[in-house]
Design a protein around this ligand. Structure first.
Ligand code: ADP
Ligand code: MG
Length: 728
């Protein structure tokens, strides 16, 4: 239900910050108290059961039925002690959000009572009615069986009186219907590939985990104002609005003091996060007014991703208690900075080494260079797949819009590492390396730590930036499930590392010393992947031209980007590594395209409705008021009236013109939309939405914004940007 703008503004004036008390000012005293983590397991389980779980977590071994029963029973006892009455398998269907079906623990007894029951079979596997989840034709809907299977690598937790068990979601025939399954496979592949390359440097390295630290951007808006805007309610973004007199131009919001109500909100959702074991640590204002960011300490990628998905849920729930709504959309307000979710990524070893952190001697630096250069080479070879992985309806409004990295994928590594790579490219000679060559190279490579200390020239315009000890994939959208880009990034790095390993081994077999073989192979990769490195301004038009010359893609819209997943060599990439089968990939494209079309359709319908039911009537009322005034002037003043009604007549004409324009624009929009809807297949339809419908909607939105600036403020029915952004 919509409420009136006046009522909403009145409501906001009466708000006060909600008081939030921490149970204890030592976070460590309650951190993870709602998680069935290893410490809890040790308390509730036998050593044998604990060891089996740890083994499953570390080595992906299976858990026996007897142990599963034991774990389930312990989990239930623990969960009940934390207030849980229900349990759910918590999974990540292709819609991008998380899904859950709650069942209570109760089981009836013969004498009419109930007891709490939960056994291993319920823990390990569940059969939700999967027919209503998008599956892209993998499973006919009459064959509604899909299974959720326990992922013991991510601990169960209690949220809102429910025990949530992280699971994967697969079809009866074994196809992945979710985003977690391929992520787990990609992580296993990168572990295998990286561990094997690490053997060149350190035999003690037996496991490599991908790490992820996300940075979640979001907007807050008062719930009453939100309720007065159908577009925010139904599409998550404002479809039009006049630019506020004060926007983000003063840059006074960024890192400024956090407004009191927002601060109370943050404290409460951070508290809930900490209880859930999500290590959120950083909070600050973002570029736009009422825009903020939250970031955790990084974790293993699968867990970090579960934590991000859970965080988004917690943020939404807690926001309501504070009379806020949280906007996670990539572009809630046209004309203002949008929201992203930077994915900081690296590889860590069982020996505690970050493989993207330079060491303090030539040997560890050669290891660093190996992983650094291979990552660049992977990006160079598979840039389009990364682009496809970050494609979403909301992200289309950010990429290339001079605020987020462009749709062109490139890497920023800083001027000093660039010059080092340039030197290595030319100084490693073909043939045998002489001792002098090697000394010179060692000197060069030994300089890396020192180089990095000075590497402060951060480039915010790059989609993939090296930031000292990790790469930061900055093009991910704020609503995204990081599993998708993380699956792709880890898969392409695994592919590259495998190729590297074979190439180096071949050189060694051909008589090269190990270090020479590595150096020569790195040199080759440095040379080959050069075009992906870009240190300049990613927002500039010159870069678009330059990238084109370099042969880099510029896939501007989601439908164009998604088509990448259907390319033969991309299908092979995922199939060869066993991350996604052909059918699974095809299903993903289908689901994503449908998702794109449906979201655009909803936006179109909402905009059309707002134009017809809110904006045009308001404009006409305004014009009628002016007309009445002119009439009254003429009644009272007779001929003299013309002296005093010129301005009104001007305004009547201006409004009249805009009313005609908007009416025409909505008719155009309708015709264009109907054509897009009738396109021959999903890809053609999605492309028509992206290329034709969206511009027609923008044209109508522009006229709405002009009317907003013209019409009597008292008549305007929708909260304005200035109110949405500055009313706190
Ligand atoms: P920024 O200056 O980019 O805004 P933030 O402090 O907001 O930096 O976020 C940086 C993120 O990178 C944090 O989540 C941090 O934990 C993460 N990070 C740091 N080191 C690593 C690593 N080795 N692997 C993955 N993420 C990391
Ligand atoms: Mg940050």
């Amino acid at each position: 239900m919509s409420i009136s703008r006046q009522k909403a503004l009145q409501d906001v004036l009466e708000r006060t910050p909600r008081t939030v008390e921490r149970p204890d000012n030592k976070i460590s005293n309650y951190f993870g108290e709602n998680v069935f983590n290893l410490t809890m397991m040790r308390e509730y389980l036998t050593d044998e059961a604990c060891d089996s779980i740890v083994d499953a977590m570390e080595n992906h071994t299976s858990i026996s039925r007897a142990i599963a029963d034991q774990v389930a029973s312990a989990m239930k006892e623990w969960a009940i002690s934390r207030g849980a009455t229900h349990y759910t398998h918590w999974f990540q269907p292709l819609t991008g959000a998380t899904a859950e079906k709650h069942d209570s623990f109760i089981s009836p007894t013969s004498d009419g009572r109930v007891i709490e029951k939960f056994d291993g079979s319920l823990l390990v596997q569940q059969e939700p009615d999967a027919s209503s989840f998008p599956n892209g034709g993998i499973r006919n809907t009459f064959e509604a069986r899909g299974y959720t299977l326990w992922d013991p690598t991510s601990p169960a937790f209690v949220w809102e009186n429910t025990l949530c068990i992280p699971t994967i979601f697969i079809s009866y025939t074994g196809f992945a219907l979710d985003n977690k399954t391929p992520l787990l496979k990609a992580l296993a592949k990168v572990d295998e590939a990286a561990t094997s390359v690490c053997q060149y440097f350190d035999k003690n390295i037996t496991k490599v985990v991908a790490t992820l630290g996300w940075e979640q951007e979001y907007f807050l808006v008062d719930k009453a104002l939100h309720a007065a805007r159908p577009d925010l309610q139904l599409t998550g973004r404002a479809l039009f609005g006049a630019a506020p007199a004060k926007g983000q131009q003063l840059d006074d919001h960024y890192f400024g003091s956090i407004p009191a109500r927002a601060s109370a909100y943050m404290k409460e959702f951070e508290l809930e996060c900490h209880k859930l074991g999500i290590p959120v640590t950083t909070r600050h204002n973002e570029v736009a007014p009422n825009q903020f960011e939250c970031a955790p300490v990084f974790e293993e990628a699968n867990l970090a991703n579960d934590h991000n998905l859970l965080l988004m849920e917690v943020m939404e729930q807690v926001a309501r208690k504070h009379n806020f709504r949280v906007l996670l959309h990539e572009k809630p307000y046209p004309g203002l900075n949008g929201s992203g979710k930077h994915n900081n990524w690296s590889l860590g070893t069982n020996t505690g080494v970050n493989l993207l952190k330079p060491g303090n001697n030539p040997k560890t630096n050669l290891r660093f260079l190996t992983f650094f250069v291979n990552t660049l080479a992977a990006l160079h070879k598979r840039a389009d797949v990364i682009r496809a992985a970050i494609a979403s309806v909301g992200n289309d409004h950010r990429l290339g819009a001079n605020e987020a990295p462009p749709a062109i994928i490139s890497a920023f590594i800083g001027s000093q590492l660039s010059s080092l790579l340039d030197e290595l490219e030319t100084s490693i000679k073909a043939g045998k390396l002489t001792p002098e060559d090697k000394t010179a190279l060692k000197l060069e490579i030994g300089r890396i730590p020192e180089v990095l200390l000075d590497n402060t020239d951060r480039n915010r315009t790059s989609p993939f930036a090296f930031t000292g000890n990790k790469f930061e994939l900055r093009a991910v959208g704020s609503t995204a499930n990081c599993a998708v880009p993380m699956t792709v990034l880890n898969t392409i790095v695994a592919e590259q590392l495998n190729e590297f390993k074979s190439a180096v081994d071949a050189r060694i077999e051909g008589g090269d010393k190990k270090d020479d073989a590595i150096l020569k192979e790195l040199q080759k990769l440095i040379a080959e992947s050069k075009s992906i490195r870009f240190e300049g301004n990613g927002y500039s038009n010159d870069w678009v031209k330059e990238a084109k010359k370099r042969g880099l893609s510029n896939l501007r819209t989601t439908p164009e980007a998604l088509a990448v997943f259907s390319r033969k060599e991309v299908v092979s990439l995922f199939e060869d590594l066993g991350v996604l089968r052909k059918e699974e990939l095809a299903a993903r494209v289908e689901v994503e395209l449908e998702n794109y079309i449906m979201k655009r359709q909803i936006e179109y319908r909402v905009l059309l409705g707002m134009c017809k039911n809110s904006v045009l009537p308001a404009a006409i009322r305004y014009q009628s008021g002016l007309l009445t005034n002119v009439e009254q002037l003429s009644t009272v003043l007779g001929k003299q009236a013309t002296k005093f009604s010129g301005a009104q007549i001007d305004m009547i004409k201006q409004a009249g013109q805009l009313i005609q324009d908007l009416h025409a624009a909505t008719s155009d929009m309708e015709a264009i939309h109907d054509k897009a809807e009738a396109a021959k297949d999903a890809l053609a339809s999605a492309k028509a939405f992206a290329e034709k419908v969206v511009p027609s909607m923008d044209a109508a939105a522009e006229i709405c914004a002009k009317l907003e600036s013209l019409v009597d403020d008292a008549e305007w029915p929708l909260p304005k940007f200035s109110e949405l952004l500055f009313t706190r």
